[in-house]
Design a protein around this ligand. Structure first.
Ligand SMILES: Nc1nc2c(c(=O)[nH]1)N[C@H]1C(S)=C(S)[C@@H](COP(=O)(O)O)O[C@H]1N2
Ligand SMILES: [Mo]
Length: 500
């Protein structure tokens, strides 16, 4: 075999891969820190985690409410992107990086096959296994394989690279997609392939560990075994190229990657809103195309109902809403739901009125943006039935749900605002979008949103407003609050779409 050349496209895609893998890993750590526990069970029962990155214990006795936000840990910025409890921005970076990493991967694989380069990577004979084992045994006894073993890779190298490209990469994409509430809601069989969302999440994490171990091993071997050939090959395409030049280019290229990592963290922490809008502008159309129209078709058996349900967002206190406390004290008999805004027929409904309307029961999976989940049976009235009755005006495009409770977080130095979220009419009319008044066949408990809460089964939990006070049909969400489409979007920089 003559000298091998590494084509330019291959070298560039290898470099782009380094850049995005780092962004993916760092933003992934940010996401993990938002719920630093990993489980094999779907309900995330406290103390059942197989791995946790927090010393906190979830109080299971006593009346005090412990929310998922209380459980979040702060990751340092050198490790996580951007660090310091910025799940919203971490998620934007993870989304953007996933998109470009996959794009880079698709271009790479296409060119690999189009140019015949695949023959170097994909083993075509079973004897690669014994040969790779032989090479491994050699490395383990500190023997470097002879130059004749590299075509351009030694058997172990070839097998590992092929496994990383064609197995580990797709595995991370598939387990990542399984964590999308929209995919899990529309294709429940897909989630079952992995044994549920928490298993997919745990497997995604183990995939990350595999990637990190591979990267460490790969880097060590590149440095220790035939470094001069490796660096000239991957930078300049030929082992006969100028070694000094190759090293200089590699060092500069890696410094650029480090500078990009530092910049993304710094800029994200400093200009949170700007970063949120910039990244979401790219993601939003992608989410719209692939996820938005998926409608939930979940029918979990009642035996799947989780023994424990995490809480996010505590009930309003007297300071937040004395009115709510009064209503709750009277079992919500005086509570009224007002449906107003751009409607022909404003409505005022009591809980009895709502219970008299058509009832929808659904046992579904709740997916919090932070990572935990839980299966519960929700009963209530389909939102579409309310919309039929209030008759939205033609200019109405969104539905706003306003809570009695206040947002836990604030933006700038402003006081805390009532918690609200906005969904569009397409989501509002999905079959399993309901206003729930019962949880597991009992009136909704206070912690989970009494007397009425929204369920939108293709979305992440933050869209599902609890303690509903009113529903308004509006033409545009940009004039409401900070203009991002909901409290979590306004103050925590989450995405406008909550499908993944
Ligand atoms: N009013 C109000 N509704 C809210 C929240 C909140 O803080 N306040 N948190 C949201 C989030 S982030 C989630 S995950 C779910 C949690 O619902 P649960 O507490 O019933 O599990 O409620 C959503 N609805
Ligand atoms: Mo959440």
């Amino acid at each position: 075999m003559g000298p091998v050349e590494f084509p330019l496209w291959l070298r560039i895609s290898h470099y782009i891969n380094i850049l995005f893998l780092g962004l993916l890993i760092r933003s992934g750590i940010e996401i993990l820190a938002a719920h630093p526990r990993l489980y094999w069970n779907e309900g995330c029962t406290p103390k059942s985690e197989w791995l946790k990155f927090t010393k906190k214990e979830v109080p299971t006795a006593g009346g005090e409410i412990y929310t998922a936000h209380d459980d979040e840990v702060s990751a340092p910025s050198w490790l996580a992107l951007p660090g310091h409890k910025n799940l919203g921005l971490g998620r934007h970076w993870h989304g953007i990086s996933t998109t470009f990493w996959i794009l880079n991967g698709v271009i790479y694989v296409t060119l690999l096959f189009a140019t015949g380069e695949w023959r170097r990577l994909i083993p075509t004979s079973w004897d690669i296994f014994p040969r790779a084992a032989h090479t491994l045994a050699g490395y383990l006894t500190f023997q470097i394989p002879p130059a004749s073993d590299f075509h351009p890779y030694d058997p172990l190298q070839q097998l590992t690279y092929a496994a990383v490209v064609f197995l580990l990469g797709p595995f991370l994409i598939l387990t990542g997609a399984a964590m999308s509430p929209a995919i899990a809601a529309r294709f429940p069989w897909y989630l079952r392939l992995f044994g549920g969302r928490q298993r997919a999440r745990s497997l995604h994490f183990l995939g990350l560990i595999a990637f990190i171990l591979f990267t460490i091993g790969h880097t060590i071997l590149v440095l220790l075994v035939r470094f001069q050939d490796n660096i000239t090959n991957i930078v300049l395409g030929r082992s006969t190229a100028d070694f000094g030049l190759a090293v200089s280019i590699a060092v500069i290229a890696l410094l650029i990657v480090v500078a990009i990592y530092a910049w993304t963290t710094w800029y994200s922490l400093r200009h949170k809103r700007r970063m949120q809008i910039a990244l979401d502008t790219i993601e939003n159309p992608i989410r719209k195309i692939f996820f938005h129209s998926l409608s939930s078709a979940q029918h979990y058996p009642e035996t799947a109902i989780s023994p424990y349900l995490w809480v996010n967002g505590a009930p309003p206190t007297t300071d937040e809403s004395a009115e709510f406390i009064q209503l709750a004290g009277n079992d919500f008999r005086d509570w009224r739901l007002s449906v107003e805004g751009l409607v022909q027929q404003p409505l005022t409904l009591t809980l009895e009125d709502l219970r008299a309307l058509p009832r929808e029961e659904q046992t579904t999976l709740h997916n919090c943006v932070q990572g935990w989940s839980g299966i519960a049976k929700w009963s209530g009235v389909p939102l579409s039935k309310i919309l039929e009755r209030c008759q939205p005006l033609p200019e109405a495009r969104y539905v706003l749900f306003l809570s009695y409770g206040l947002d836990q977080f604030t933006y700038g130095d402003k006081p805390r605002q009532p918690f609200y979220e906005v969904i569009d009419l397409e989501l509002a009319n999905h079959h399993q979008t309901i206003l729930a008044y019962d949880l597991n066949d009992k009136p909704l408990p206070l912690a989970h949103g009494a007397p009425l809460r929204l369920r939108v089964e293709t979305q992440l939990g933050y869209k599902m407003v609890k303690y509903i006070r009113s529903i308004q049909l509006i033409a545009d969400y940009r004039t409401i609050g900070e203009g991002q489409g909901g409290s979590r979007e306004d103050t925590m920089f989450y995405g406008r779409g909550a499908e993944i």
